[in-house]
Design a protein. Structure first.
Length: 211
């Protein structure tokens, strides 16, 4: 019985570790905030360029699919031009950068070509945790003060890429799109609405090594 359990355990370990590849991907992150409010007028919203860096591992690596898990950093944000309705109305141009730790696991579907070229697409769950932010005004600070700035953003990461394999090494280019389920700010009452969400995608260079 013990021998059978040991054999099954070895089979599971070999299956999980089959073709493991560690990787590092990094590049620019293109992000735009969407601000909707009944307490101020928003006239213009522009994108900013941040950056991301994610390390991870590919496992259960078979011919046409594998699983992948990654952990790293991504900077999101945007530029908002809005008018505050107060005793002295004024227009504000807010440039915000939000820094997140991010973690994800994806299912990757791939089509090997000539044994060295491997295009693929992927999709999976994702979670981002806000660790810090910077801004030139106080929009986020106000929401954070009233404890309505969400520090945990969850959603889906999806995209595609291509790898070029040379022996145990991989060099690739990958496009990631960050689709969110919840928002940075989501306040709805009978009298007011304030919502802030982000739209983010990245273009990364990817380097990997296969064991």
């Amino acid at each position: 019985m013990k021998n059978r359990l040991l054999f099954i355990l070895m089979v599971i370990m070999v299956s999980v570790c089959h073709g493991q590849t560690i990787f590092l991907k990094f590049g620019p992150a293109f992000s735009k905030l969407s601000y909707t409010s009944t307490t101020c007028q928003v006239s213009q919203q522009e994108s900013i360029i941040g950056y991301d860096a994610i390390a991870g591992i590919n496992y259960l690596n078979f011919k046409y699919f594998h699983l992948s898990s990654g952990f790293g950093f991504i900077q999101k944000g945007g530029i908002e031009n809005y008018e505050i309705f107060q005793n002295d109305p004024r227009w504000v141009t807010e440039t915000a950068r939000l820094n997140f730790l991010t973690i994800n696991t994806t299912f990757n579907l791939k089509v090997p070509i000539l044994q060295i070229i491997e295009p693929y697409i992927f999709v999976g769950p994702r979670l981002d945790y806000l660790i810090s932010y910077s801004e030139n005004d106080h929009l986020l600070k106000d929401f954070n003060y009233f404890k309505v700035l969400n520090k945990v953003i969850y959603g889906i990461i999806t995209g595609g890429g291509i790898n070029f394999k040379v022996k145990s090494f991989q060099l690739g280019l990958v496009f990631d799109y960050y689709l969110n389920v919840n928002k940075l700010v989501d306040i709805k009452t009978d009298y007011t609405t304030n919502q802030i969400s982000d739209n983010t995608f990245t273009i990364n260079a990817c380097f990997g090594y296969k064991f």
